[in-house]
Design a protein. Structure first.
Lengths: 333, 325
């Protein structure tokens, strides 16, 4: 296990790539804030888990993937979906439960997917998607297809048996799986050190899996770590584990009274904000000026507004479709 | 007399059990701070060290409860949503269920697993399921699913005092929806008895949980139309109260079984079989079931969820047909 800190000065990423990172993080931030607003207005119902604060994790990691690669995530999944290039209109429509949503209104916030993007969900049973990621890796190996799977989950997953089973098997069977743990310090209201007797990367190390811990509020660091992990996995060396230290600004879900942490703590972490950080870095490096930043902000506004309009005007799903797709017809298989 | 919601009934009964018996402790995710539905709110301060946060590890929450129960403790485990209990299926069904049986009574497990179940809260695929049929199928565990606050109190008390593993199902939609005047300590009761909640000669409606309330609402409507149903609150799903089922089926000759769980393999099939086997000659009409459709619960969209959930209108419509048969 090694702990890495990447100096932004040392990055080989150009202005265009960094600009893309900044834009995507701003898009996710604004999308999530809008979702929070729409929830209060009753437009979005059910359980909603916002991703604000953690944007660098999704943006930095997804950018290391190719189109053929696969992604599975936990339920805090809007950011990953957007960073993976899912259509914001269809993501928003899903949150509204509309027919045009990525899951046609069957899934909602926690169950986004888009097979055409290799984005296989959105899982709300904590850690249940880790074994799936290993299976995807087995298929990649067996078919010699060379795709890797990015498997995203929270720090709360490490208590589940499936976490350990999946790590062990992926090493034993040498699957091209990147286990990406977004450690935002809490599983609901419980601090992760109250849930785990050791440190997270040590768990991976115990299964003989290379593991790093990176600053998850630094998109460049996340990206570089994921790049390394992808290279490792794609070159046949097996799985790789990344712990990204991050923080969620909002409650666990929309109904979290947040009794377990102080406002000061949230404020402290906001000082590490990934968007502000990259913006400052780019400005200092002469890669961004106020005008371009404003341009990003306006575009983000537009995209999010349009997604809401799209969701609003989309049709409700037909009740008569509820029985569709319960099984695949044998002739289709 | 105090007016109490379901969640208050659960909380107060836990509080009393913790106060009365040192062996009782609560184990679950986020329970120390009160839990997702606030069932354990305030209990950690009142009973220090006995409301224990567990990591996300459902299999171990149940498995550890087994070990603790075996050596004299009275664990009350909480599985945050019933949808998450399946990781502990093995512990409940392969281990807890046969503890007493395979030791021929030398060992037993006074443990409770509480969990919120059911739909109607826009919870979607992984936060809305009805899981009772899987577990009610397993001899050796008791499964309880009350509807009214007073029954939550008496049955939770009975579950904690019971020397056997009890799966205690709390319908999450009713937590704050259903209120009742409740008096004094939880009544002494036994697990395994259904209750006739309303008496009428025209047909028998058998239900539990949220659907009991919907059935009672349907009964009001039916009554105003001149159809007088008997409504049975099942209360315990395993062991099921055959006596009350058969008595009420025989009395009206027409039976409508209601559950939110999907139709195929749901508890309604078992109840219908009991009646068909033992009260066939008394029946004046085919047994009817109103249940969730056979699709994976629960679609997220609210209209789809409404379609999925049985309700008072659907129950009344089926009852009318049955009454007219
Ligand atoms: C198997 C299972 N157990 C419990 C839950 C309830 N639950 C949902 S999220 C959560 C906390 C998870 O925390 P973490 O993995 O750190 O992810 P985060 O919410 O912090 O992104 C819990 C306890 C669940 N969804 N699935
Ligand atoms: Mg977390």
């Amino acid at each position: 296990m090694t702990t890495e800190t990447t100096s932004p000065a040392g990055t080989s990423l150009g202005a265009e790539q960094l600009g893309k990172f900044l834009y995507e993080m701003m898009l996710i931030r604004h999308f999530e804030e809008k979702c929070g607003e729409l929830y209060t207005k009753g437009k979005i119902r059910g359980f909603l888990h916002l991703y604000t604060g953690q944007e660098a994790c999704a943006v930095g990691s997804m950018a290391a993937l190719e189109e053929r690669d696969k992604v599975v995530t936990h339920y805090r999944d809007h950011g990953h979906a957007l960073a993976r290039g899912l259509d914001p209109n269809r993501v928003m429509a899903e949150l509204f439960g509309k027919a045009t949503g990525v899951s046609g209104g069957r899934g909602g916030s926690m169950h986004l997917y888009d097979v055409s993007k290799g984005f296989l969900g959105g899982y709300a049973i904590v850690a249940a998607h880790l074994p799936l990621a290993v299976g995807l890796g087995m298929a990649s190996n067996m078919k010699s297809e060379g795709y890797v799977t990015l498997c995203v989950f929270g720090d709360g997953s490490v208590g589940e048996g499936e976490f350990h089973e999946a790590l062990n098997l992926s090493v034993l069977w040498n699957t091209p799986t990147i286990f990406f743990c977004e450690n935002n310090l809490y599983g609901m209201g419980v601090p992760f050190h109250a849930s785990l007797s050791t440190e997270i990367p040590k768990l991976a190390a115990a299964y003989n899996m290379p593991a790093v811990s990176v600053d998850g509020m630094d998109v460049i660091a996340v990206h570089e770590a994921t790049n390394k992990a992808v290279d490792h996995a794609r070159s046949g060396k097996g799985p790789y584990f990344i712990e990204a230290m991050t923080y969620r600004y909002r409650g666990h879900s929309m109904s979290d009274p947040e009794l377990y942490r102080l406002k000061d703590e949230v404020e402290e972490h906001r000082q590490r904000d990934a968007i502000e950080r990259l913006k400052t870095q780019m400005m200092e490096a002469g890669q961004l000026d106020e005008a371009r930043y404003q341009e990003f902000a306006e575009r983000v506004d537009q995209v999010v507004d349009e997604s809401v309009e799209f969701a609003e005007r989309s049709p409700q799903p037909g009740i008569e479709t509820l029985y569709d797709h319960l099984y695949k017809e044998p002739s289709d298989g | 007399m105090a007016s109490m919601t379901v969640i208050e009934a659960v909380r107060s009964t836990l509080d009393e059990a913790l106060g009365k018996d040192d062996r009782v402790f609560v184990l679950g995710e986020d329970v120390e701070a009160g839990g997702v539905f606030r069932a354990t709110e305030g209990l950690a301060a009142k009973h220090p060290g006995r409301i224990i946060d567990s990591p996300l590890a459902e299999s171990s929450i149940i498995g550890i409860s087994i070990g603790a129960a075996h050596y004299g403790m009275r664990p009350v485990a909480e599985i945050q949503f019933a949808d998450f209990i399946h990781a502990g299926f093995d512990q409940l069904c392969s281990e807890a269920s046969r503890w007493c049986y395979r030791t021929r009574g030398d060992a037993y497990l006074p443990m409770v697993v509480r969990t919120p179940w059911g739909g109607g809260v826009h919870g979607g695929q992984h936060h809305s399921q009805s899981i009772e049929a899987y577990y009610a199928h397993m001899p050796g565990i008791k499964v309880v699913a009350p509807a009214f606050p007073a029954d939550y109190r008496s049955l939770l008390r009975a579950a904690i005092e019971d020397p056997n593993p009890v799966l205690f199902l709390e319908h999450k939609r009713t937590y704050r929806l259903i209120r009742q005047e409740v008096e004094g300590a939880p009544a002494e009761t036994v697990i395994g008895r259904a209750r006739v909640t309303r008496k009428g000669p025209d047909l028998t409606i058998i239900a539990y949980g949220l659907m009991l309330h919907e059935s009672l609402a349907a009964a009001e409507t039916l009554s105003s139309e001149g159809i007088e149903p008997t409504v049975v609150d099942l209360l315990t799903l395993n062991p099921i109260d055959r006596e009350t089922i058969l008595e009420t089926a025989k009395a009206t000759g027409k039976v409508l079984i209601v559950h939110e769980d999907t139709l195929t393999g749901g508890l309604g099939g078992e109840i219908a079989a009991i009646i068909a086997e033992h009260a066939f000659e008394y029946l004046d009409a085919p047994i009817r079931r109103v249940a969730g459709p056979d699709i994976p619960p629960m679609p997220f969209h609210h209209a789809m969820e409404d379609f999925f959930m049985p309700n008072r209108e659907k129950i009344a419509a089926a009852a009318r047909e049955l009454a007219a048969y």
